[in-house]
Design a protein around this ligand. Structure first.
Ligand code: LLP
Length: 683
């Protein structure tokens, strides 16, 4: 059943002594056995091997990326119920074409994300949801695949909260309503509805209700086929029960022996969504005894894990076996106790009236069978930190999730920043839509200083725009001055807004230089720049008695471009500073670019940036300015690849008619890290 056992009075997970893990990591702690996870997956996979099937592990049981990765590598798919689970499944390497998405409350954003990821299918739970999926897919130019979740009205013997297949429950559709959807396919032109889904509940220990529900839905499927509906898959859900105490759940083989003969003749591909069966017995929670105490009527063992770590006893009156990690000597006396946590509620217990060997402060207790719905239902209630998770593999163990810190606890309540880089520039990006930071000037000067603070080429604010519903980018230089625009910064803002779910893949946003639009394409950001202005070719700049041929163009910010033979020999720092301050460019000043033309579609660039007052590794508006100037001088043609000092390549394309129009800048925009910088935003 699992790989936790006692040897010489010591609890082991596989070949690792549990107390050895605790001495490194402390308590409370979740410990998982890799072998138990993979054995259970294999059992089920083997049991169904005679028919076409796909196991979609149900992430809600335990969404640890490490566990999902083990299963993904064994061929498992994923049953998800939120955008967050989709994110984690993909991070664990579950291929999108093995992901099924159930749940009665999918949002438009989640549907977009799932379509974008190319998941196998939605398990649709309502007529309105199907309309939204159809409409969203149409708008995105995608095709959605769907199964309709049926509510078979089958009673199961489990806790009321985990029954899902009766007409009292919110899940699925009644057969007659579902039938209409299959027959009205033309109302949903962007959705292929070729599957049926049922899930009747959780912790079901006998096969009878499965047989009843599968019989019902197969009858329904045959009826549909008789009316010309094409069906490909039948998802029979999850819910297989496990042993917590003295249950006698049917085995994987018994389950398959009952189900396979029913589904085999249909030729449908069978999908199974087990969660608990795979991970339930694969995890324990280790907790330390803090105190023992008595009231006139009861004895309490107070431990350092509470209902925030394991809510099942409180929520479902669930039984979890508890044993001391160092087994009590034979014949040791038992006491009947309540094992309670530190939380200020009387419902905070792990066990009630439990016979346990006498324990004392400092003893370790193992709470069994918490691999499913243990950590995944944990919370920060009472501002408690969620526990660490350890994965044991033979004699090795790794921490697959750190214990939370006080910093994690205040995340979202302190100043959060994201460090990003694009085209060789680095930025600190802050979501300031709620105006938490009234003064970008001071903040930029403080945070951008390298060696003293986070350090960056600039501070980007994502703010509310002038127009309702529109976003705005503001950019501050490290000296605190505010710039009108920055091409690389704008690409970071677009990627930031998209990844944080604030903006869509195609986004228009305001800048001081006007409205810009951006699009995320294959992990890069393509930015439409404002129309170039102020063009002056063939300027003669006089500095220290020498004359430099140059051109000027404003691509959102002012740029002076010098085309040279070899940019390596350019005196960027000193000459750049002098050109930047020439009276002809006052009062705004200018950025200065040195360009070396490699061939018609490739140039190399070095830039002196105003505000930074020195050379930077890249400059998006500078790349655009240089590419356009070179083209106007007859040296290049769109598209132009621009090699920046930082080593990255930016692509600039534009149209050349009477004027230069439709200027685009495309290249990477990457997340580096996130963190918090201050406890009080105003300080
Ligand atoms: N598929 C669907 C659509 C589900 O809703 C669920 C679980 C599963 C599959 C996986 O069920 P499993 O094989 O793990 O039983 N928190 C409760 C269990 C809630 C189950 C929710 N749905 C507990 O701790 O007992």
């Amino acid at each position: 059943m699992h790989d936790f056992h006692f040897l010489d009075g010591e609890l082991y997970c596989e070949r690792v002594k549990v107390s050895d893990i605790v001495s490194l990591s402390g308590t409370p702690l979740f410990v998982y056995s890799r072998k138990t996870v993979s054995d259970h997956y294999r059992k089920l996979d083997t049991a169904f091997s005679s028919i076409s099937h796909l196991i979609c592990y149900s992430l809600k049981a335990n969404s640890s990326i490490a566990i999902c990765r083990i299963l993904a590598e064994m061929g498992s798919g994923a049953d998800i119920t939120s955008g967050g689970e989709l994110y984690k499944a993909r991070m664990a390497g579950v291929p999108s074409e093995r992901i099924v998405y159930a749940g009665v409350g999918k949002t438009r954003g989640e549907i977009e994300y799932a379509l974008d990821s190319g998941i196998l299918m939605f398990n649709v739970e309502s007529v309105q949801e199907l309309h939204l999926i159809n409409e969203t897919a149409g708008r995105m130019g995608e095709r959605a695949a769907a199964a309709i979740r049926l509510n078979p009205d089958v009673e199961v013997d489990t806790h009321d909260y985990t029954k899902t297949g009766t007409s009292e429950n919110k899940f699925g559709l009644a057969f007659e309503d579902a039938e209409k959807l299959f027959l009205e396919k033309s109302a949903f032109p962007n959705v292929d509805i070729t599957g049926i889904h049922v899930h009747i509940g959780s912790q079901i220990t006998s096969v009878e209700p499965y047989v009843e529900s599968v019989r019902k839905v197969i009858g329904f499927a045959e009826g549909l086929r008789g009316r010309g509906v094409e069906l490909k898959s039948l998802n029979i859900g999850g819910g297989l029960g496990i042993i917590y105490r003295d249950e006698k759940p049917s085995t994987a083989e018994e389950f398959a022996q009952a189900i396979v003969p029913l589904v085999e003749p249909t030729g449908l591909r069978v999908i199974i969504e087990p969660g608990r069966f795979i991970v339930g017995n694969a995890g324990i929670m280790v907790t330390k005894v803090l105190y023992t105490k008595k009231s006139p009527s009861r004895s309490f063992v107070v431990v350092d894990a509470g209902m925030n770590d394991l809510i099942r006893p409180m929520l479902y009156d669930a039984y979890h076996d508890i044993k001391p990690v160092h087994a009590a000597p034979p014949g040791a006396e038992d006491g009947v106790v309540d094992v309670v946590g530190p939380i200020c509620e009387s419902g905070d217990f792990l066990a009630k009236d439990r016979a346990l060997p006498r324990v004392k402060s400092g003893d370790l207790l193992a709470v069994f069978s918490v691999g499913a719905y243990g950590f995944s239902m944990a919370s920060n209630y009472n501002s408690r930190l969620r526990a660490a998770e350890i994965l044991v593999d033979g004699e090795r163990f790794t921490m697959v999730r750190e214990k939370e810190t006080y910093d994690d606890l205040v995340r979202g309540e302190t100043g959060r920043f994201t460090k990003m880089c694009a085209g060789g520039n680095d930025f600190i990006v802050i979501d300031n839509r709620f105006g938490n930071y009234p003064d970008g000037t001071v903040l930029a000067a403080r945070l951008c200083r390298r060696s003293h603070s986070i350090g960056a080429d600039g501070l980007l604010f994502l703010e509310k725009g002038q127009d309702a519903g529109r976003l705005k980018m503001r950019i501050f230089n490290p000296d605190g001055s505010e710039a009108e625009m920055c091409g690389n910064g704008a690409r970071c803002i677009a990627a930031f807004a998209y990844c944080k779910g604030i903006g869509s893949r195609k986004l228009n946003f305001e800048t001081l230089a006007g409205l810009v639009s951006a699009e995320i394409i294959d992990g890069e950001v393509k930015l439409k720049m404002s129309e170039p202005a102020g063009l002056k070719l063939s300027l003669e700049l006089s500095v220290d008695g020498r004359t430099y041929p140059a051109s000027f163009i404003n691509t959102g910010v002012p740029h002076t471009v010098l085309v040279v033979e070899d940019i390596e020999t350019a005196d960027v720092e000193s000459l750049g500073g002098k050109i930047r301050n020439l009276p002809v460019f006052k009062p705004a000043g200018t950025n200065v670019d040195w360009v070396e033309v490699i061939d018609t579609n490739r140039i190399r660039l070095r830039t002196y940036e105003r505000g930074v007052e020195g050379e930077t590794l890249a400059c998006g508006t500078g790349a655009a300015a240089s590419a356009i100037v070179c083209s106007l001088l007859g040296k290049t043609a769109s598209p132009v690849s621009v090699e920046t000092r930082g080593g990255s390549i930016l692509t600039v394309c534009f149209e050349r008619g009477e004027k230069v129009t439709d200027v685009y800048l495309q290249g990477d925009a990457r997340f580096v890290c996130e963190g918090s910088f201050d406890l009080s935003p105003s300080s």
